[in-house]
Design a protein around this ligand. Structure first.
Ligand SMILES: Nc1ncnc2c1ncn2[C@@H]1O[C@H](COP(=O)(O)OP(=O)(O)OP(=O)(O)O)[C@@H](O)[C@H]1O
Length: 281
């Protein structure tokens, strides 16, 4: 798979503070890549570098094979960035807002209908923004980032201010956009969101990447090698090692019809992050 983003030994220094410490990662075409870390880890700084709002202090980076130190205007045709709500006009309709952005970005107004359909706001296009639910408003913000049909969409904490139901609505939309061909780079401090949504995740802690892999591989890598069983007549679950000795025990429970349930114990991403960094999110 082709890489859209390649970052090598990227650092960012603000005065005497090193916010990013030689980070390395790539984002492949077609994936949803999650950048995870607690507040202050350097997630927004990274997204700003990737979207040309900040220049790194050192390191090498390429996006669509173009050097990040010399972005040309035409790179912006290929990237979309979700910004906050401030840019939309509350008294205008969804359609008028989007048409306005199409004109500002100099893209064909024909894109408006396509994009509204893809974020599932076409039927509501005549509604004023001030009357929209939070989820619809977030979908409108995403549609603005997509108006020029970019190949990659950057989202900084796309669901941080949303309730679980609205967040799910946004997750479903991001999955759909990804299926339709948009590569997605998002930051989050919500490990559950990352687990459900991302093909690969990078753990960022204090400006350093401590792990990068698929959520599944990370769970296997940090598996506790334990099996949890529930037996008839016992309230508590029992945790046993995943080894030959336990296999004999488990066999006996089965033979004696004592076994009610059996599961391998997998850590979640939150627990893995905690074990790697000693801190939660
Ligand atoms: N322009 C700046 N000048 C000085 N320090 C900055 C600047 N921008 C960010 N920082 C510092 O860099 C560190 C990382 O900030 P960043 O916003 O990238 O973190 P984050 O992981 O996105 O956190 P959050 O989840 O809270 O948004 C923080 O300590 C922040 O105070």
């Amino acid at each position: 798979m082709n890489s859209i983003i390649e970052m090598k030994n990227i650092t960012k220094q603000f005065k005497d503070k090193e916010v990013l410490k030689r980070i390395n990662f790539s984002v492949r075409e077609g994936e949803i890549f999650g950048f995870l870390g607690p507040s202050g880890a350097g997630k927004t700084t990274t997204i700003k570098i990737l979207t040309s709002q900040l220049i790194p202090t050192s390191g090498e980076g390429k996006i669509f094979n173009k050097d990040i130190y010399s972005f040309k205007k035409n790179i912006f045709k290929k990237i979309g960035v979700l910004s906050d709500n401030s840019g939309v006009y509350e008294r205008l309709t969804i359609e008028d807002n989007l048409t306005l952005f199409a004109d500002i970005y100099g893209v064909d107004r024909k894109n408006v209908d396509d994009v509204l359909r893809s974020v599932e706001l076409f039927d509501d296009r005549k509604k004023e923004v001030k009357k929209l639910s939070k989820g619809m408003k977030q979908r409108l913000m995403i549609s603005i980032a997509l108006i020029h049909k970019p190949k990659i969409l950057f989202l900084d904490e796309p669901t941080s201010s949303l309730d679980p139901r609205t967040a799910k609505e946004v997750h479903d939309l991001l999955r759909k956009l990804n299926r339709e061909g948009t590569t997605i780079f998002l930051t989050t401090h919500n490990m559950e969101e990352a687990d459900k949504l991302c093909n690969r995740v990078a753990f960022l802690n204090d400006g350093e990447i401590v792990e990068i892999d698929t959520p599944e591989n990370l769970k296997l890598k940090y598996a506790k090698n334990k099996i949890e069983v529930k037996l008839k007549g016992k309230n508590e679950k029992i945790s046993v090692k995943n080894d030959e000795k336990s296999a004999e025990k488990i066999k006996n429970w089965i033979v004696n019809s004592q076994l009610l349930s059996i599961h391998s114990q997998e850590p979640n991403l939150e627990e893995i992050f905690l074990s790697l960094t000693g801190r939660g999110l």
